[in-house]
Design a protein around this ligand. Structure first.
Ligand SMILES: CC(C)(COP(=O)(O)OP(=O)(O)OC[C@H]1O[C@@H](n2cnc3c(N)ncnc32)[C@H](O)[C@@H]1OP(=O)(O)O)[C@@H](O)C(=O)NCCC(=O)NCCSC(=O)C[C@@](O)(CC(=O)O)C(=O)O
Ligand SMILES: [Mg+2]
Length: 290
């Protein structure tokens, strides 16, 4: 089971963060060349990220680079550098249509051929940051075989919607649209950045909500958020124990030729058994909640 619970953003211009971020063990590290980098640092940040991607410390952690949009003077330069440097995933910001992904994919394929990387080895993810992106979420999610997932980007999205971040009501439709598109396309879905580092309770409430909705994980901006997120996504001892009992009851039922059995008065059928197996695989991959 490939875990992508935590995707930690860090500004590509910050050399100290670039060389230490791996110690926090997020599932993926996202080097940002877009909005966290000022205009005068765009070129130096690209160089820093180009070198960081080739450091041995990043060999066993998924690396994602958020490039600038291809419509800016920086986007193509970013892409040339980071595909050649071996980024695992390119995150396209402000993806409004499937055509944005097609344009990116064509350039990635050209660069892979030019530099001798295996064609198709560079994966993509699309960040949806506008009403247009949400309306086109299904077309975006199904636009390329390279896509590992789509992410909702809350800050730009609420700006586009002429509202502001609040209790989540403002994101409800977009979260559901992004999730359904991702599930239809059988790729991952990532939730928004939570910006208030001192509001741990608010962060955990949001994590609980997005876990219940079905997101795979969340974009993060600070290492403090990683352990909280991983812990909240891990199954509890009780959930693991119950899952084991469901699997055992199902096996006993199968031996008796029964498709459906009951466990303490609760119906155990195929989807319940599948869910129990997911809980057990999750516990194996991530450990049990502390
Ligand atoms: C927020 C803050 C300045 C706070 O700094 P502070 O220094 O107060 O934090 P502290 O907790 O005190 O740091 C303790 C120790 O951790 C180190 N440390 C901190 N953060 C680290 C990190 N990220 N990676 C590695 N290391 C880190 C730090 O260096 C220190 O190390 P040391 O000195 O050695 O002890 C800092 O976190 C930070 O810059 N975050 C990343 C911001 C960023 O990338 N934004 C762009 C993406 S969002 C966006 O664009 C919106 C979006 O587009 C999103 C979408 O698309 O989804 C949309 O539209 O919604
Ligand atoms: Mg944004």
């Amino acid at each position: 089971m490939k875990l992508r619970r935590s995707m930690l953003f860090l500004p590509g211009s910050n050399a100290a963060m670039l060389s230490t971020a791996f110690v926090y063990r997020p599932d993926s590290i996202m080097f940002d060349l877009e909005d966290a980098v000022s205009l005068r640092e765009k070129d130096s940040a690209r160089m820093l990220v180009f070198h960081a991607l080739q450091m041995p410390i990043y060999r066993d952690i998924e690396t994602v680079v958020r490039i600038n949009p291809l419509s800016t003077p920086f986007g193509m330069k970013d892409l040339e550098a980071v595909v050649r440097a071996g980024a695992d995933v390119i995150r396209l910001p402000k993806t409004d249509t499937a055509a944005d992904v097609h344009a990116l994919e064509a350039e990635v394929e050209r660069i892979e051929r030019e530099c001798g990387r295996e064609v198709g080895s560079t994966k993509l993810m699309a960040a949806i940051e506008s009403a247009s992106g949400v309306v086109n979420a299904l077309a975006i999610a199904t636009s390329s075989k390279r896509l590992i997932g789509i992410a909702l980007a809350g800050f730009d999205y609420v700006m586009d919607m002429q509202t502001e971040r609040g209790d989540g009501t403002e994101l409800f439709y977009a979260r559901c649209a992004v999730l359904h598109a991702a599930r239809y396309a059988k790729i991952d879905a990532f939730d928004v950045v939570f910006g208030d580092l001192n509001d741990e309770a608010g962060f955990l409430k949001e994590v609980d909500l997005i876990k219940r909705l079905g997101f795979n994980g969340k974009s993060l901006i600070n290492p403090r958020q990683i352990e909280l997120l991983h812990n909240a996504f891990a199954p509890t001892e009780e959930e693991v124990d119950y899952a084991r009992r469901v699997v055992a009851a199902a096996a006993a039922g199968e031996r008796q030729g029964l498709g459906v059995v009951s466990l303490n008065g609760k119906m155990i059928d195929a989807p319940v058994i599948d869910h129990a197996r997911v809980v057990l695989r999750r516990a194996e991959a991530s450990g049990v909640r502390k």
